[in-house]
Design a protein around this ligand. Structure first.
Ligand code: WTA
Length: 653
C-alpha cells in the first residue's frame, strides 16, 4: 500500500474552538486533564484501577501479557459479563431502576428494570442451556431492535456462549456464510421487525439462509410482529413457549478474562468478512470505562445510542458499557423518519433523554429534512451529544450543536472501530476544548500516532496512517479461526504497531483529524463495506466477468458505491441489467451494499501486472488529487483511466 501526501493531506483547517461551558464542567465526572496525565505515566496501572471498579470472581495475576501481536488482559482473572451488567446492581438502589426504556416503531412502550432484565436473562440463559448450548459454543443472533436482543446477548454471556450478532439488514446468504463460519448450532431470531411501517420478515430470511446448513440445529423465534411464519418441527421453537417452561435461576459462569465474549463480522479488504473476536475481561473494562468518562454518565441520565445492536456501536454503547455502569438506556426499534421526520425529537422530548449518540450520516439527513422538525419539540433535556462512524464535516457539527444541542451541549466526536471495541480518540466533555471536525485526543491510556509508510512519525499537520502503539484492554483478540490474517491485516503494514486502516493528521495542539479509510473499505452511511465483497458479489452473477467498485462522495451517506462491470462474452447490455445487478448484490450481501451507480464497460483499466487500478479510479471519481506514488508503477495510468472514465460515463446504463 502506498500513501502520498497529495491524496491524504487534509483540507480541513478549522479554527473555531469550543471549550466546555462552566456549568457543564462544574458538574462533570472529569474536570481536569490529570486523569490523562496519570494514565499516560503507567497505562497498565491505570487500566488495573479501572478494572477494580468491576465485579471479579477471582482476581487477575497479571494486568497485561503482551506477546506481540497477541495481548492477554487481566490474566488469571475470572468474571461474568452478565453478572457485571445485572447482578451487581441488584443489591443496591439500582435494583428497580429502568435498565431499558424501549419504544417500538408502531409506538408501543416497555420498561425493563434491572431486576426485570436480570429475570429475563436468567430464563433465556436456561432456554439456551436446555437446547444444548454450552460454554464456548457460538450462537447467531438475527433480531430487530427489541429488548429481547440485549436479553439474548446477556444470556449468552451468562453461560459463556459466544454470540455473533448479524445486522437485520443483511441477506440470507450473508447469514448463511457467517453462521457456517462460526459453526453456530443455534440461531435466535424473531418473526419480523418493523421498519418504516413495514415488517421485515426475519424468520423467513433465516429459513432461506439455513435451508442447506446442517450445522444449525435450533432456531428460537420471538413473536414480535405477529406475521405468519413456518415452524419446522424439532428445529424451530417459540421464544415464549420455552421461556414459560424455563427455570428462573441460572448461575453466571465463571469465565476467564481472556475467554471470548463475542465475534462480530465486519468487512475487510478481501471478499470474505472478518470475524472480529473480543474478550470478556478486557472488553468489559474498556467499554465500562469509556462509557462513564466519554459520556459523563450519571445515574439520572437517560442515554440513547441510536445505533443498531447489529453493529459494534450497539454492542459497546447500548448493551455492555451502559449496563455495566447501571445506566438507563433508551432503545428504539425503527426508522428516524417514521411516521414523520420528527420521530427522534419527539422521543427526546417525551422521555427527557439526556445524552444522544448518533452518526454523522444521520445528522446530515436531519439537516436536509429541515429545522422545522427539531423545532417542533423541546429538546432542553439534552446535555451531551456524541457522534461516531465517520468523519463529521464541520458544517454538520455546527448544525448539531446549535439546532439539537441548543448551543449548550458539548459534542464528543468519538473515533473507534469494530476491532478496537471501545472509543479510542475522543474529547472528554468536561475537559477538552473541541474543534468542529476533530475527534481531538486519545482516551487516557491510549497511545496513538500518525506515521508514514515506513512507520516514522510524520510532521505536524501532515497526513499519514493512524496507528496505535500500545495494546489496550478491549482490542480484538484475533480474527476468528484466522490468526494469520489477524497478523497480516493489522500488524504487518507498520511493524509493531496496530494499523487502523484510517488516514489522519495531527495538528499543533496534538489533536487528531480523521480523514477516512485508506484501504479498500468504504464507509457508506457509517457502515463499513468492503469493495472486494461487493465485487465478488457482482462477479458471482452469471452475466458478469469482472467488476471494480469504488466510493465517491455523497452529500448524506458520506460515500456511495459506484460499480464498473465487464460482461461475459455474448451478454448484451439492457435497461434491466443495472436493476438485476443491484438486486443481485442485495441478495448476496444486503441493501446496505447496493451500488448507487452501475456502469457497464468493455474493459477495466489495469496495471501492467494485471491489477485493477482501483485507487486511480477512486481518486478520479472522488475528484481528489492523485498522489505521485500511486502512479509510479505506470506513468500513463492516470490519463488512461481518465479517458476510460469519460467513455464509460458517456454511456450510463
Ligand atoms: C470510521 C464503528 C472519523 C473509521 C465504531 C473507522 C470514524 C471505521 C469515526 C470503523 C470518527 C468511526 N471520525 N471516522 N469519529 N468513527 N470512523 O468498524 O474509518 O463500523 O475505521 O466501527 O469508521 O467502523 P466500524
Amino acid at each position: 500500500m502506498v500513501v502520498s501526501s497529495g491524496t491524504i493531506d487534509s483540507l480541513l483547517k478549522e479554527k473555531e474552538q469550543y471549550p466546555p461551558s462552566a456549568a457543564f464542567r462544574k458538574a462533570a465526572v472529569l474536570r481536569s486533564d490529570s486523569f490523562r496525565v496519570d494514565a499516560a505515566k503507567d497505562p497498565e496501572a491505570f487500566w488495573a484501577r479501572m478494572a477494580k471498579e468491576l465485579a471479579w470472581m477471582a482476581p487477575w495475576s497479571k494486568v497485561l501479557e503482551w506477546d506481540p501481536p497477541f495481548a492477554k488482559w487481566f490474566v488469571g482473572g475470572k468474571l461474568n459479563m452478565s453478572a457485571n451488567c445485572l447482578d451487581r446492581h441488584l443489591a443496591g438502589p439500582r435494583r428497580n431502576k429502568a435498565a431499558i426504556i424501549w419504544e417500538g416503531e408502531p409506538g408501543e412502550r416497555r420498561v425493563l428494570t434491572y431486576h426485570d432484565l436480570w429475570r429475563e436473562v436468567n430464563l433465556f440463559a436456561n432456554v439456551l442451556k436446555g437446547l444444548g448450548v454450552k460454554r464456548g459454543d457460538r450462537v447467531t443472533i438475527y433480531m430487530p431492535m427489541i429488548p429481547e436482543l440485549p436479553v439474548a446477548l446477556l444470556a449468552c454471556a451468562r453461560i459463556g456462549a459466544v454470540h455473533s450478532v448479524i445486522f437485520g439488514g443483511f441477506s440470507a446468504r450473508a447469514i448463511r456464510d457467517r453462521a457456517e463460519d462460526a459453526e453456530s448450532r443455534l440461531i435466535v431470531t424473531a418473526d419480523g421487525g418493523y421498519r418504516r411501517g413495514a415488517v421485515l420478515p426475519l424468520k423467513k430470511i433465516v429459513d432461506e439462509a439455513i435451508a442447506d446448513l446442517d450445522v444449525v440445529r435450533h432456531v428460537v423465534v420471538f413473536k414480535r410482529a405477529g406475521v405468519e411464519v413456518s415452524m419446522r418441527e424439532g428445529r424451530d421453537h417459540w421464544w415464549h413457549e420455552l421461556m414459560a417452561k424455563a427455570d428462573a435461576d441460572c448461575e453466571p459462569e465463571a469465565m476467564d478474562a481472556t475467554d471470548p465474549l463475542f465475534i462480530l463480522y465486519t468487512s475487510g479488504t478481501t471478499g470474505k468478512p472478518k470475524g472480529i473476536q473480543h474478550s470478556t475481561g478486557g472488553y468489559l473494562v474498556g467499554v465500562a470505562t469509556t462509557t462513564k468518562y466519554v459520556f459523563d454518565l450519571k445515574d439520572e441520565d437517560l442515554f440513547w445510542c441510536t445505533a443498531d445492536i447489529g453493529w459494534v456501536t450497539g454492542h459497546s454503547y447500548i448493551v455492555y458499557g451502559p449496563l455495566a455502569n447501571g445506566a438507563s438506556v433508551f432503545m428504539y426499534e425503527g426508522a428516524p423518519d417514521w411516521p414523520e421526520p420528527d420521530r427522534f425529537w419527539r422521543m427526546i422530548e417525551e422521555y427527557d433523554i439526556t445524552i444522544l449518540y448518533t452518526a454523522p450520516t444521520a445528522i446530515r439527513a436531519f439537516m436536509r429534512w429541515g429545522d422545522e422538525y427539531p423545532r417542533r419539540h423541546d429538546l432542553s433535556s439534552l446535555r451531551l451529544l456524541g457522534t461516531v462512524g465517520e468523519p463529521i464535516n464541520p458544517e454538520a457539527w455546527r448544525w448539531y450543536r446549535k439546532t439539537i444541542g441548543g448551543g449548550r451541549c458539548p459534542i464528543v466526536d468519538t473515533w473507534w472501530q469494530t476491532e478496537t471495541g471501545m472509543i479510542l480518540i475522543t474529547p472528554l466533555p468536561g475537559v477538552t476544548t473541541t474543534k468542529p471536525g476533530s475527534a481531538t485526543r486519545p482516551f487516557p491510556g491510549i497511545d496513538a500516532e500518525v506515521v508514514d509508510e515506513k512507520g516514522l512519525p510524520v510532521p505536524m499537520n501532515k497526513g499519514g496512517y493512524l496507528v496505535i502503539r500500545k495494546p489496550w484492554p478491549s482490542m480484538l483478540q484475533t480474527l476468528y479461526k484466522d490468526p494469520e490474517r489477524y497478523k497480516q491485516v493489522y500488524w504487518s503494514q507498520v511493524p509493531g504497531k496496530y494499523f487502523t486502516g484510517d488516514g489522519a493528521r495531527m495538528d499543533e495542539d496534538q489533536f487528531f483529524w480523521l480523514m477516512g479509510r485508506i484501504d479498500d473499505v468504504i464507509n457508506v452511511a457509517g457502515h463499513r463495506i468492503g469493495t472486494m465483497e461487493v465485487e465478488s458479489a457482482l462477479v458471482s452473477y452469471r452475466k458478469v466477468a469482472e467488476a471494480a467498485v469504488v466510493g465517491k462522495p455523497h452529500p448524506v451517506k458520506g460515500q456511495s458505491l459506484v460499480a464498473y462491470v465487464v460482461l461475459k462474452k455474448g451478454e448484451g447490455r439492457s435497461d434491466e441489467l443495472k436493476k438485476e445487478l443491484q438486486k443481485h448484490v442485495r441478495e448476496a450481501i444486503g441493501a446496505i451494499a447496493v451500488p448507487d451507480d452501475v456502469y457497464i464497460t468493455e474493459k477495466l483499466p489495469k496495471t501492467r501486472s494485471g491489477k485493477i487500478m482501483r485507487r486511480v479510479i477512486r481518486s478520479l471519481v472522488s475528484g481528489q488529487e492523485i498522489g505521485d506514488t500511486t502512479t509510479l508503477e505506470d506513468p500513463g495510468a492516470v490519463d488512461e483511466v481518465r479517458k476510460w472514465l469519460a467513455e464509460v460515463e458517456a454511456h450510463p446504463e
